[in-house]
Design a protein around this ligand. Structure first.
Ligand code: TNX
Length: 861
């Protein structure tokens, strides 16, 4: 005992106790097969890299995994428990024998849904060991987790009927073969394509002597322009209010006559005159701002790399206006938090390509990211993920965020100051920020935070009425349910007065924040998606309310909730927005989900985001049904506009794929008014004939007026680093901008499928050249490589002894090696077929102008 005490005092005991437990492991994950029954079989191999054994008992291994694992599939030596959401624990059973140093053990499991990508791997592994008294010790992370290659067809096939090929070098080569490099001056000089552009002979020379004249209300736009040009010229141009007679760059407001003879909000007229300089006339300040963005793009990207004395700007005249008033980008910061700087940079990109709505998904099951005065728990607890037994301090880990609380991307939130800065930044760029508070489902972070608040206040001896003032659940509720993402406690109770008090408080705070920032708040997105069945059925509070309100079916409580939420927002002068579920009827008389436009809310002015349109699901016309029924609709379609979905089926190409793959051209190829205009592929890859849509609703003329615009979605489950955000967003958001701003494309108006397809292909080739030759190099120079967009790996074949390679975006450089090393920015440039001698391996990558490379393409010869 004395020895023990002295060890304790010298601090040696804790070290000894820790030393009894191994802390260095490697975990290998390998997918064996995706079975025809929709289950995937896979293995975890645990390698003990430590010098002490993993004992037979006294530990738990925690991890995250996005698919439901079948607990009964676990081998007899371990017990697998689904804790909640994507969070699991693994415990040794009596059959577990110690894992000795250097030894490995393989455990096999089955889960539901396909697994075809490295990024599907379980993540966020950590051990919690218990001492001999059963007291848990601090968590031990396992960071070395590796996915074994996906090589066989059984590993890469989602379903027996899967016909989408895994991209190979040759497959890419033949895909890219339909593209070719165009001369730079044949390209449309602006993205998105302006409505009317007339080139004129000559150019005007911008130099440091230029001055900017502006109307008083355009000071912000004038400042933006001066700031934008400063790095190009190495100096900031002089601003002159009024001063139109002498200045060479003039910003003014005025009527903008468009080719169709109409005027339009956000329209502008830009004239570059070789002698007199530049005039931008906007129908409003936003129009002037977009004229400025166009002007920025008229400057060759080489001038963005190094400042110059003179910059030629081609003489021309542009009359331009957007096709859609809503041109949006969505970002989910709940699943993984993104630092403020990432948000600001995304806003820069949005502004450059004339997107004007930022849909900020601030809350979800896995996080609450906005400080709300008076409810500190929302961000202290709801904005935190880490190891916890009680969730009174933090939420459990999700999406691989690991045991350590307080660090991104699991933890983090925007303080009021951060949020104000974001609002101001967006507003000065003519971007409206639409905040999303996702309720009643997807609300677990708020629920747990408010439960912790309740417990704290109770403990502090506060009266029940005060402690429970913002509670979001009925403690006596016995309902059981499970959300799509595996949560069993993520829906707020819509029958409690405290729920409405909470929402009042949050929305009032939002209004104050916007007011303080001088930003317009017109729309609040209230989510409304994916409310699992079975909620509220066992809640006494709901039973009482149903009786009082004469509501028969608990499912109808969602309508009740929406009605109240709508009234609350209306009183505050706000418009309710929500995912498509808020405009669709929940259930028919048999309790089945039917998805028809809800007659009840037709005249409420909801703004509906249509998303769930998997090709082949039968639900592809929800957007049109809603618009035809008179709901304003934002097309947020998963098939073409979910930027969190993987670009391709390649196992190393990260992202989700539940609605198929979303290639760079996917947003470009959709005509919003003619979604069923082929060719269309089933999500499993087979062509869908026109008959497949015979019974789908077409968009009526009336319906067209209710399609307010388009939005790209960046859901956050796989966005674990800022780099991933940019990789998934760019270049797809440029294609989105094109489709949201440019007028209806000519190809979409060709009735005959074959010539239409050819015209589309030509149009895409031109656009792909604009990206590869001009816009991506411009981003490199503007942001010095801090916008690490996706570089497509090259296509390559070996034909008659010659290596031939090509890029998906003509203009990108390709470099290669023949010595088995990965190409770098100094490897030989590919300029044409290369004669190969003997045998060996070719490796190729595309590169941006900063020397950043794509994934490597490999070929043996
Ligand atoms: C569906 S879209 C969801 C999100 C997920 C997303 C992943 C919608 C309204 N719900 O909760 O993050 O898919 O792609």
């Amino acid at each position: 005992m004395d020895i023990l005490r002295s060890l304790l005092l010298t601090g040696l005991l804790p070290a000894l106790v820790l030393a009894q437990h191994p802390s260095r492991f490697t975990i290998y994950w390998s997918v064996l097969t995706n079975q025809d029954n929709g289950q995937a079989l896979w293995e975890l191999t645990l390698v003990n890299q430590d010098t002490v054994a993993l004992p037979a008992s006294g530990w738990t291994l925690y991890f995250n995994f996005m698919r439901p694992i079948l607990p009964e599939s676990a081998p007899p030596s371990v017990q697998l428990t689904h804790l909640n959401g994507d969070f699991y624990r693994l415990d040794p059973t009596e059959a577990f024998t110690p894992l000795l140093p250097g030894a490995r053990r393989t455990l096999s499991f089955a889960s539901r849904g396909p697994l075809i990508k490295v990024m599907d791997a379980p993540s966020g592994f950590y051990f919690v060991f218990r001492d001999s008294a059963g007291t848990p010790l601090p968590p031990v992370s396992v960071r070395d987790v590796r996915a074994l290659p996906f090589a066989s067809e059984f590993q890469t096939r989602r379903h027996p009927a899967d016909r989408v090929p895994v991209p190979t070098p040759a497959w890419r080569y033949y895909q890219n073969a339909s593209l070719h490099l165009l001369p730079p001056d044949s390209l449309i000089p602006v993205v998105p394509t302006p409505r009317l552009l007339v080139h004129q002979p000559g150019h005007w020379t911008l130099d440091r002597s230029a001055t900017i004249a502006y109307e008083p209300t355009l000071i912000q736009e004038a400042t933006f322009l001066a700031d934008a040009l400063a790095p190009l010229l190495g100096t900031r141009l002089r601003l002159e209010e009024g001063g139109f007679s002498t200045a060479t760059i003039r910003l003014r407001l005025g009527a903008v006559l468009l080719p169709e003879g109409s005027t339009h909000a956000e329209a502008y007229h830009l004239k570059v005159d070789p002698n007199t300089g530049i005039t931008i006339t906007g129908a409003d300040a936003a129009g002037v701002f977009y004229g400025i963005q166009t002007l920025r793009q008229l400057i060759d990207p080489v001038f963005y790399r190094q400042s110059a004395d003179t910059i030629p700007i081609p003489a021309l005249e542009i009359r331009d206006a957007p096709r859609f008033s809503y041109r949006g980008l969505h970002l989910d910061v709940a699943r993984n938090f993104q630092p403020k700087e990432v948000v600001l940079r995304l806003l820069d990109l949005m502004a450059l390509y004339k997107l004007n709505r930022f849909h900020f998904h601030l809350t979800d099951d896995e996080g609450w990211r906005l400080e709300i005065r008076g409810l500190p728990e929302l961000t202290e607890i709801g904005g935190c993920r880490g190891h916890t037994e009680t969730e009174q301090d933090c939420l459990v880990p999700s999406h691989g965020s690991g045991p350590v609380a307080g660090q991104p991307p699991g933890s983090g939130f925007y303080s009021r100051e951060d949020f104000l800065e974001i609002l101001r930044y967006a507003t000065s760029r003519h971007i409206e920020v639409i905040p999303e508070i996702d309720v009643p489902g997807h609300a677990r972070a708020a629920i747990k935070a408010m439960e912790a608040r309740y417990a704290r206040l109770k403990e502090a001896g506060r009266p029940e009425s005060e402690a429970a003032a913002y509670r979001l659940v009925d403690p006596a509720d016995t309902s059981t349910y499970r959300s799509v993402q595996g949560w069993n406690d993520n829906v707020i109770n819509v029958c409690l007065p405290s729920t409405y008090r909470f929402l009042e408080k949050v929305i009032s705070e939002l209004q104050q924040l916007y007011q303080e920032a001088g930003a317009p708040l017109r729309v609040v997105h209230t989510g409304g998606d994916e409310v699992p069945r079975g909620v509220w059925t066992g809640s006494p509070a709901c039973q009482a309310l149903m009786q009082a309100e004469n509501i028969e079916d608990p499912a109808a409580l969602q309508d009740y909730f929406l009605e109240r939420l709508h009234q609350m927002l209306t009183r505050k002068g706000l418009r309710l927005a929500g995912w498509e579920e808020v405009g669709l009827t929940a259930v028919d008389e048999n309790g089945r989900r039917v998805h028809r436009p809800h007659p009840r809310f037709r005249d409420r002015g909801f703004l509906i985001y249509a998303w769930n349109n998997i090709w082949g699901s039968g639900a592809e016309d929800h957007a049109y049904r809603l618009a035809n029924a008179g709901y304003d609709v934002v097309l947020s379609l998963a098939s073409n506009l979910y930027f969190d979905l993987a670009y391709s089926k390649h196992p190393e190409e990260g992202g989700l794929y539940w609605a198929g793959f979303v290639s760079t051209d996917a947003p470009y190829r959709m005509e919003p008014f003619h979604l069923f205009q082929g060719p269309i592929q089933h999500w499993l890859g087979r062509p869908l004939p026109p008959e497949a849509f015979a019974r789908h609703e077409r968009l009526t003329l009336q319906g067209q007026s209710h399609i307010v615009g388009l939005q790209g979605q960046l859901w956050g489950e796989t966005l674990r680093t800022p780099a991933r955000v940019f990789y998934m967003a760019v270049p797809r958001m440029l294609a989105l901008a094109e489709r949201a701003w440019a007028k209806r494309p000519a190809w979409s108006q060709i009735a005959d499928p074959e010539p239409r397809q050819r015209a589309l292909q030509n149009a895409w080739n031109e656009f792909a050249n604009r990206l590869g030759q001009r816009e991506l190099p411009r981003l490199d120079a503007l942001y010095q490589g801090t916008v690490p967009y996706r570089l497509p790996p090259p296509g390559a074949v070996i034909e008659n002894g010659y290596l031939k390679a090509n890029a998906a975006l003509p203009g990108l450089t390709i470099r290669y090696t023949l010595d088995g090393s990965d190409p770098t920015a100094t490897s030989p440039l590919y300029t044409g077929p290369v004669l190969l001698k003997g045998h060996g391996e070719v490796r190729l990558r595309t590169f941006d102008t900063t020397g950043r490379g794509s994934r490597t393409t490999r070929l043996v010869y």
